[in-house]
Ligand binder design. Sequence first.
Ligand code: UPG
Ligand code: MN
Length: 732
Amino acid sequence: MKTTAPPPKPLLHSVIPSQRRHFNRLFAEVYAAALLFLFYHHILSLLHSTTITSLLLFISDVILAYMWSTYQAFRMKPVHRQSFPENLQKILDPRDFPAMDIFICTADPYKEPPIDLVNTALSVMAYDYLADKLSVYVSDDGGSELTMFALMEAAKFGKLWLPFCRENNVADRCPDAYFSTHYALSAETSEIKMMYESMKIKIENVVERGKISDEYISSEEERKVLNQYWSKDFSRQNHPTVIQVLLNTKKDVDSTGGPMPNLIYVSREKRKTTPHHFKAGALNALLRVSATMTNSPIVLTLDCDMYSNDPLTAQRVLCYLPNRSNRPNCGYIQFPQRYHGLNEADIYASEHKHEFRVNPLGMDGLNGPNYVGTGCFFLRRVFFGGPSLYVRPEIPELGPDHVVDKPIDGREVSGLAHRVASCNYEDLTDWGSKMGFRYGSLVEDYYTGYRLKCEAWQAIFCDPIRPAFLGDAPISLNDALGQIKRWSIGLLEVAFSKYSPMTFGIRAMGPLMGLCYVHYAFWPIRSIPITIYAFVPSLALLRGIPIFPEVYDPLFLIYAFLFLGAYGQDCLDFMSTQGTFQRWWSDQRMWLMWSLSSFLFGSIEYTMKRLGMATHGFNITSKVMDDEQSKRYDQGIFEFGVPSPMFVPLLMAAILNLIAFFSGFVYVMKERSIDSLFMQMFIAGFGVMNGLPFYEAMVLRRDKGRMPTKTTITSILLLGLIYGLSYFVLRN
Ligand SMILES: O=c1ccn([C@@H]2O[C@H](COP(=O)(O)OP(=O)(O)O[C@H]3O[C@H](CO)[C@@H](O)[C@H](O)[C@H]3O)[C@@H](O)[C@H]2O)c(=O)[nH]1
Ligand SMILES: [Mn+2]
């Protein structure tokens, strides 16, 4: 009898360890040896004589060495994955694909233009996936009728847009992205473009005026919906729950008669006296509301500005479902945050290449990447305890296995949905502590992913060549610095909590994975060494006092190796993930600026909060593009414009390094030797190179984005003060 081997199963994904790991491990050993040598000398010289300068430099180097060593965890085992969604339908009928609930968060129609939200929603509604398996839930923490109005318009336009995409096999399913490419001009495309433009004008108009004029309301039904917002004392911090089914897959059809996905608007109840836990609270409300309506086993979280850029994304995720991958406890699949509209040099390093593209490869080789808040597909089950420790929700209807068999617009479902979205619902429950997205940190994404990992969930990082999602990045320096300030507060909240990665984390998830989370948690302490290196060497240089070894000293070579080695490897990591040298330069510059400003202010605010002296909220990053500002951004010009305290330490460092560099030059000329001051000259020179945009903004520019004179004066006065102080501290 002849037996034929079964045909090989089509490949859904592959994973290859990166070759870089061998080099990384070897280099880490050499680097560690150099560090030991440095500290041997530090300690010898401290024993010999301790000055404030030598102590400060010692502290700086200890912190830098600590940051370097925790970072090595990312470098030990990076992997590269590939997925092949085109093979999926060979083994699975699309009708057997699991249903998906897609969550989109928005919080302020004036900072997050509703038209962007509409684009994001349409881009996922139009996925290559059976429409009746998709449900899009929008959370509106702004409690705004403008957002509701925009989504009502999106529901209407979607009925044309979805069939249009399907029939023309459109790759850009975000309308705005599609209409800004070179699409084929035909009667059909120009008609749909007209429809889109007219919707866009309406929505923008409504936002500009802050109210919806009568002629825009097309039915009594719509008026009734909008009426909810017009009741007395309805405000963004004080209002009852609003839930509206805008599209119902059982009833609504597109222009060809096919089903539409569900589209549901949710604005959870808000009362001034009840904490609402920002985005984590919004997501938990959506988890519960969606459980009462569809309870799909897979949940995607998205920020309103992150539209989907690839219609195959949902199918790609299925390639990695736990029963198809070698990671049985995989609880989420994270796509990187990637951006559109960055300027060529990416001056504010908004790509965050290390955080979003490089480091996740390293974590993926261990137990999986961290959660970054958007572009992440979860198994609903992960929100209810570890893989082998189910945490039961307080009512069975919210459990991940509960099957919904009632109409989503019926009275029963609606009643329950309202109940679970109310602001007191979570009292005395496990939501935010053992269930759902976790509370207690302004970086709910980092914290939730971390806690899930501690519960033994794993994850997968998926970074296809065509970006799966594209988002907006801040276009002013103040916004860019403010965003990282919020992150640093959130990270410190985790670092000093009872679940600190340093203690709890390392024990729960093993040393390497734990170190990755430790590295992030203590990000803000980088402000200490960078501030010291930005000020101390230059203050000494101003007075001609050498504080580093001479060029002939073997220790000088160690310093040079440590600096060039760290920068070189950083550059290599950056460039090998589709990076350019120019963007790397911006990235390293932003690291210095975050350290001198965002991390510093973030640490101060965190401390004040701990001491009960202040509270802070979630300051939403603005996604609005002012025309002039946007033009300067495109030209790669830094945007200052506002007199922000965040600029002050940056400006002080820039001015000091410039003056120090020149006075160092004078000393060198006088002494006819640079040997003893070379390192300080180099550091000051490096500071000047990084400070170029500041000198320009202070002196040369006349546009609205220049440095406000007030900030310049404040900085110079403070610098004078520090210079005066240095007389007591720095001695020959
Ligand atoms: O009370 C709030 C505050 C914010 N958001 C939403 O949270 C998202 C992120 O806010 P954004 O101002 O854009 O912050 P970013 O710093 O750009 O966001 C990064 O950092 C956040 C954590 O600080 C993560 O939640 C995000 O996913 C991640 O992209 C937006 O969709 C907001 O609408 C809410 O839903 N409710
Ligand atoms: Mn954002």
